[in-house]
Design a protein around this ligand. Structure first.
Ligand SMILES: Cc1cc2nc3c(=O)[nH]c(=O)nc-3n(C[C@H](O)[C@H](O)[C@H](O)COP(=O)(O)OP(=O)(O)OC[C@H]3O[C@@H](n4cnc5c(N)ncnc54)[C@H](O)[C@@H]3O)c2cc1C
Length: 291
C-alpha cells in the first residue's frame, strides 16, 4: 500500500518547525529519519494530514559535551552517534547499544531523537536513555521544557509531547569514572527487533561496593521499565554471586511483559532475570563493554 495524501513542509530552521507545529498541531507529524513513520504510513496505520520534514534543519544535527552531559540534537543520525568518538568515550552504554538498532541502513537515516519519540518498548535507545536518566528538551512556539525519561515515555508508542511540541534535544549524562555499563539483548534473528533486553550501569565506591545502579529493561512492560527493586537490592552492597542470583530473581519478578507472536510473557520475564545476572557478571569480569 501507499500512504494517504498529506501536505508536506520542509522547513530550514527550528523556529519554522515550531511555527508549523503551532499551526497544524494534532494533524501533523514530524518526519525525521522516516524509518518508523514511513512504513507505518505505507501500511496506513498512521495517516497524518501534514508532514513536517526536519531534514533540512542542519542546526539540529549535533553531538556536544556540555555541563557533564552529551547533548544530542533532533537531527543527529543514529549512525553518527554510532561512529562518534565522543559517544564512545563519554557514553559507553549508548555506544554498546547502537549496533543493535536495526541494520546500518536504518541507522544511516534513523535519528536518536526519532527513536526516542517513537517510544517503542522494544527499542534500544529508550532503554539506554532511561538507564542513563537522560533529560528530554521539549520545544514549542510557547517555549521550552525539560522532562526525565519516566515522564517522557508514557506507554507503548506514546510519549508525553503535546501536539505543538517536538523533542528538540536529548541530554545524556556522561559516564562516571569507575562506573561500568553493559547492554544486552535477545532477538529471534540477527538485527531483528529484540524479544527482551537490558541497559545496565553500576557505579562503585572506593571499597568496591555498588554506590549506584540503574537498570532499564526492554520488553518487560508496555514501556521501557526501570528495575527499581533490583537497583535497591544492589545499591550499598557488594556484587557477589548470591546478590547477583537474588538480583536476577528480583528482575524476573519485577517484569510485567506481554505475550506476542515472538515470545511468551513467561519467557520474557525469565530472560529479563538472565540478562540481569549476565550483565552484572560481565561487569565483575573483564569489564567487557564497560568503562
Ligand atoms: C527494518 C527496520 C528494522 C528496525 N529495527 C529496529 C530495532 O531493532 N530497534 C529499534 O529501536 N528500532 C528499529 N527500527 C526503527 C528505527 O530505529 C527508527 O529509526 C526509529 O524508530 C525512528 O527514528 P527516525 O528518525 O527514523 O524517526 P521517524 O520514523 O521519522 O519518526 C518516528 C516517530 O517519531 C516522531 N518524531 C521523530 N522525530 C521527532 C522529534 N524530534 N520530535 C517529536 N517527534 C518526532 C515522528 O513523527 C514519528 O511519529 C527499525 C526500522 C526498520 C525499518
Amino acid at each position: 500500500m501507499k500512504p494517504a495524501a498529506f501536505k508536506y513542509f520542509r522547513p530550514d530552521t527550528l523556529e519554522e518547525v515550531l511555527s508549523l507545529l503551532a499551526e497544524h498541531g494534532a494533524e501533523a507529524r514530524i518526519l525525521a529519519g522516516g524509518q518508523s513513520l514511513v512504513p507505518l504510513m505505507n501500511m496506513r496505520i498512521l495517516s497524518p494530514a501534514v508532514l513536517i520534514d526536519i531534514n533540512r534543519c542542519r542546526d539540529l544535527a549535533y553531538l556536544r559535551e556540555e555541563g557533564g552531559m552529551v547533548a544530542c540534537g533532533a537531527l543527529t543520525r543514529q549512525g553518527e552517534a554510532e561512529t562518534s568518538a565522543l559517544v564512545a568515550d563519554r557514553l559507553p552504554l549508548l555506544a554498546a547499544a547502537m549496533p543493535h538498532v536495526g541494520v546500518r541502513a536504518n541507522r544511516n537515516f534513523g535519528t536518536v531523537c526519532g527513536s526516542l519519540a517513537h517510544a517503542d518498548p522494544l527499542g534500544e535507545l529508550p532503554s539506554v536513555a532511561t538507564a542513563l536518566e537522560a533529560r528530554f528538551v521539549i520545544a514549542s512556539a510557547r517555549g521550552r521544557r525539560e522532562v526525565d525519561a519516566e515522564e517522557f515515555f508514557v506507554s507503548a508508542l506514546t510519549n508525553c509531547l503535546e501536539p505543538d511540541e517536538m523533542l528538540a534535544e536529548v541530554r545524556l549524562p556522561v559516564a562516571a569514572a569507575g562506573g561500568k555499563s553493559v547492554f544486552l539483548e535477545i532477538a529471534n534473528r540477527a538485527h531483528g527487533f529484540a524479544v527482551a533486553g537490558l541497559a545496565a550501569l553500576v557505579e562503585f565506591d572506593a571499597g568496591g561496593r555498588c554506590s549506584r545502579a540503574r537498570l532499564s529493561a526492554m520488553g518487560a512492560g508496555d514501556t521501557t521499565a526501570r528495575l527499581r527493586t533490583v537497583e535497591a537490592l544492589l545499591e550499598g552492597g557488594t556484587l557477589d554471586d548470591a546478590v547477583i542470583r537474588e538480583a536476577g530473581a528480583a528482575a524476573t519478578k519485577a517484569a510485567e511483559p506481554s505475550d506476542d507472536v515472538h515470545a511468551s510473557a513467561a519467557y520474557r520475564a525469565h530472560v529479563t532475570g538472565s540478562l540481569v545476572r549476565k550483565a552484572l557478571r560481565q561487569m565483575l569480569g573483564n569489564g567487557e563493554q564497560g568503562r
